[in-house]
Design a protein around this ligand. Structure first.
Ligand code: ADP
Length: 334
C-alpha cells in the first residue's frame, strides 16, 4: 500500500477535528472546525479548548445543529471529533431531497406546459408568441442543466473522481459567454465586465471555470432586486503573486456576518426574503469552493446587510497560466 497522508485527509474532512495538549491548549484545528467558529487555525492556536466546547457535556449546540463530541487521548495529545447528530443529518438530507424535487419539478412543469400549448394551438399562435415560449423552454432547460451539473459535481467531489483538464484559459472571454447565458435569464439586470490590462490567462479546467462563474454570477443576480447590477472585475491579484483575481460584486440582499462561514456548506440555504422566492439547492457555493481549491485557488467573501443594497463581493483567486510549469505539474498530480 502507498504512503497515506492522514494529515491531508483530516484537514479536508467534512467534520470538525482538533487536538489539544496536556494544558488543554489547542495545537491543531482542521478547516471544518475553523469554519464552524468563523476563525482560522492561527487564531485558535494556544487558546483553551473550553472557550469553544462545553466542559461537562458531550454535545455542543451551535447555530441550528447539535454536535456530538467524541474525545480520545494518546500519550501527548487529546483529540476531539465533532459530528452532527444523526437525526439532524436525516433532516438536512430530507430537506435537500424536497428542495431538489421542487427544483426539478418546476422547470419540467413549465417546459411541458409551454410545449403542450404550442402543440395544441400552433396555428393560432403568432411568431412573436412562439418565440417567447421557445425562449422560456430554453431558459428552463438551462436551469435543469445547471442543477444536474451541480448534482453530478457533488457526487464526484464526494468520491474524488472529478477529472480536471488543465489549460491556459482567457477568463474574460469565458465570462463573456456566461454573461450571454445569464442575460437571457435576468433580462432586467445589468452585467458589467471590467478587465485590467495585461492580465494573464489562468491555468484551469475550462468547463469547471464556467461552472464556477455561472454559480457566482447567477447568485449575484438572484439575490439582487429587479434591475440589479452585477459587476465582474478581472485583475492581477494584489495579495497573491502569480494569481489572477476575479471579483463578482452585487448590490443585493447581502449576507449576515454570522452566516458567512455557512454559505459554503453543502445543502445550506440561508434564509432571506429572496431565498423564499428564488430557486436554489444550497449546492452552488459548496461546489464552487471545492472546484476552486482543487484547482489551487481560493475564494473569499465580503458582505453587509447594514445598508439596503450594500451587497456582496466574492473574490476568486486562480493561478496564472504564466505561473511556472512546476505549478501545472503539481496541479496535474493532485
Ligand atoms: P442556493 O442554491 O441556495 O443559491 P448556494 O450554495 O449557491 O445555494 O448559496 C448558499 C446561500 O448563500 C444562498 O441560499 C444564499 O442565502 C447565500 N448567497 C449566495 N450568494 C449570495 C449573494 N450574492 N448575495 C446574498 N446571498 C447569497
Amino acid at each position: 500500500m502507498g504512503k497515506v497522508n492522514f494529515k491531508n485527509i483530516i484537514e479536508n474532512l467534512d467534520e470538525a477535528v482538533l487536538a489539544v495538549d496536556y494544558d488543554n491548549k489547542i495545537v491543531y484545528a482542521n478547516k471544518f472546525f475553523c469554519a464552524l467558529f468563523n476563525t482560522n487555525c492561527e487564531m485558535l492556536s494556544g487558546k483553551n479548548i473550553y472557550e469553544f466546547l462545553p466542559e461537562n457535556s458531550d454535545t455542543l449546540q451551535l447555530k441550528e445543529y447539535t454536535y456530538k463530541i467524541t474525545k480520545f487521548d494518546d500519550e501527548y495529545y487529546s483529540y476531539f471529533y465533532l459530528s452532527v447528530v444523526d437525526s439532524q443529518m436525516e433532516k438536512i438530507y430530507s430537506d435537500f431531497i424536497s428542495t431538489v424535487s421542487h427544483e426539478l419539478r418546476t422547470p419540467l412543469t413549465s417546459i411541458r406546459g409551454f410545449a403542450d400549448t404550442m402543440l395544441l394551438s400552433y396555428d393560432k399562435l403568432d411568431k412573436e408568441r412562439i418565440q417567447k415560449f421557445l425562449s422560456i423552454i430554453k431558459e428552463q432547460a438551462n436551469r435543469l442543466i445547471k442543477l444536474v451539473e451541480n448534482l453530478l459535481s457533488i457526487s464526484k467531489i464526494q468520491v474524488q473522481q472529478s477529472n480536471f483538464v488543465y489549460k491556459s484559459v482567457n477568463a474574460k472571454s469565458q465570462i463573456e459567454q456566461v454573461i450571454d447565458i445569464l442575460k437571457a435569464q435576468y433580462p432586467t439586470h445589468a452585467f458589467e465586465l471590467h478587465c485590467e490590462k495585461d492580465v494573464p490567462n489562468i491555468l484551469v479546467d475550462e468547463n469547471k471555470f464556467q461552472q464556477i462563474m455561472i454559480n457566482l454570477m447567477d447568485n449575484a443576480a438572484k439575490y439582487s432586486y429587479e434591475r440589479g447590477s452585477v459587476k465582474i472585475s478581472i485583475s492581477n491579484s494584489m495579495t497573491k503573486e502569480n494569481f489572477v483575481s476575479i471579483k463578482v460584486e452585487d448590490h443585493g440582499v447581502g449576507i449576515e456576518p454570522e452566516n458567512l462561514s455557512r454559505i459554503f456548506e453543502k445543502f445550506i440555504r440561508i434564509e432571506n426574503h429572496l431565498t423564499r422566492k428564488t430557486q436554489g439547492s444550497g449546492l452552488g457555493l459548496y461546489i464552487v469552493k471545492n472546484l476552486i481549491e482543487k484547482m489551487g485557488g481560493k475564494i473569499c467573501v465580503e458582505s453587509s446587510t447594514v445598508l439596503p443594497n450594500s451587497g456582496t463581493i466574492f473574490e476568486v483567486l486562480l493561478p496564472a497560466a504564466s505561473y511556472t510549469n512546476q505549478s501545472q505539474k503539481a496541479l496535474e498530480d493532485k
